[in-house]
Design a protein around this ligand. Structure first.
Ligand SMILES: C/C(=C\Cc1cc(O)c2ccccc2c1O)CCC[C@H](C)CCC[C@H](C)CCCC(C)C
Ligand SMILES: C[S@@+](CC[C@H](N)C(=O)[O-])C[C@H]1O[C@@H](n2cnc3c(N)ncnc32)[C@H](O)[C@@H]1O
Length: 257
């Protein structure tokens, strides 16, 4: 008899038969990205700390502040990965609040869940295996939303923004942290040099050079800050501002419903 694997998270990815309007994302891209983040999950946190000299934790704290989460809120961390932003949100909303961390990578969610139990706190976090492009939540469910290094990685960015708008309460904010596709040639040159000459060589020590090479192509294919603001307003957000961080290497889009 097959043993049931009890996973520490709920799986809410609709099967194609479960909803008539479920349009599977381009399988090739979506599955490739899911596989990439499953593959890098064991070293993801450590490489982020090493390669950003711990700076990513500052960028994430700023993101949570911009999202405006407060005590007692019900908040969502989309593309939560190993849970960094979810843990910061958990501290913000406290024991009366609730954090939902959603990701489509089982391996990333297993890391997040194991971190939660090792810290024996953060009991107000629920992990859900789901798709950012088809969020399994009702309209107007959340008081604040974060999305860290996720928008660049989804295969349909307007759809992701539409879903965020749908599940966000009126007057509430989303804070979307990611690499900045800089319009300054010097900044983009420095970024690409760092990826080629530091990030990828370090990742190659773990057999993950191809996975980290994806960073450069994905940043080149991302939207600039101005384009992100335009997308948010086109989707229906009432306001949108993109803030550059660390000399323009990173950026955070803050939009209000
Ligand atoms: C937390 C960070 C990146 C998360 C991340 C996002 C992705 O889309 C990936 C895709 C594929 C593989 C890995 C990732 C991934 O880790 C940002 C910090 C970690 C970066 C890997 C390091 C980037 C270094 C910058 C180019 C320069 C940093 C300068 C700093 C001020 C020292
Ligand atoms: C770079 S990681 C970011 C993790 C975390 N937010 C952080 O800040 O470190 C990107 C995450 O997005 C997830 N992801 C990408 N596309 C997704 C989608 N369509 N639905 C859900 N998760 C997705 C990946 O599985 C991965 O865990």
């Amino acid at each position: 008899m097959a043993t049931m694997l009890l996973l520490p998270f709920r799986t809410l990815i609709p099967s194609s038969s479960s909803s008539s309007n479920f349009r599977p994302a381009p399988l090739r891209c979506s599955n490739d990205r899911q596989a990439l983040f499953n593959r890098i999950a064991p070293v993801y946190d450590n490489l982020n700390d090493l390669l950003s000299l711990g700076q990513h934790r500052i960028w994430k704290r700023m993101t949570v502040s911009w999202a405006g989460a407060k005590a007692g809120d019900h908040v969502l961390d989309i593309c939560c990965g190993s849970g960094d932003l979810s843990f910061l949100l958990s501290q913000k909303v406290g024991s009366d609040g609730k954090v939902t961390g959603l990701d489509f990578s089982k391996e990333q969610l297993l890391v997040a869940s194991s971190k939660q139990h090792s810290k024996n706190c953060f009991s107000n976090i629920e992990w859900i295996e789901g798709d950012a492009l088809d969020l399994p939540f009702s309209n107007g469910s959340f008081d604040a939303i974060t999305m860290g290094y996720g928008l660049r990685n989804v295969v349909d960015r307007p759809k992701a923004m539409q879903e965020i708008l749908r599940v966000l309460k009126a007057g509430s904010r989303v804070a979307i942290l990611d690499f900045n596709k800089s319009e300054e040639l010097l900044t983009s040159t420095i970024m690409e040099w760092m990826i080629d000459n530091v990030v990828v060589p370090v990742a190659s020590a773990y057999g993950l050079s191809e996975d980290y090479k994806y960073l450069k192509t994905s940043i080149r294919g991302f939207l600039t800050g101005k384009e992100l603001e335009k997308l948010a307003l086109e989707v229906g957000f009432s306001s949108a501002r993109h803030y550059e961080l660390s000399g323009g290497l990173m950026g955070c889009l803050v939009a209000m419903r």
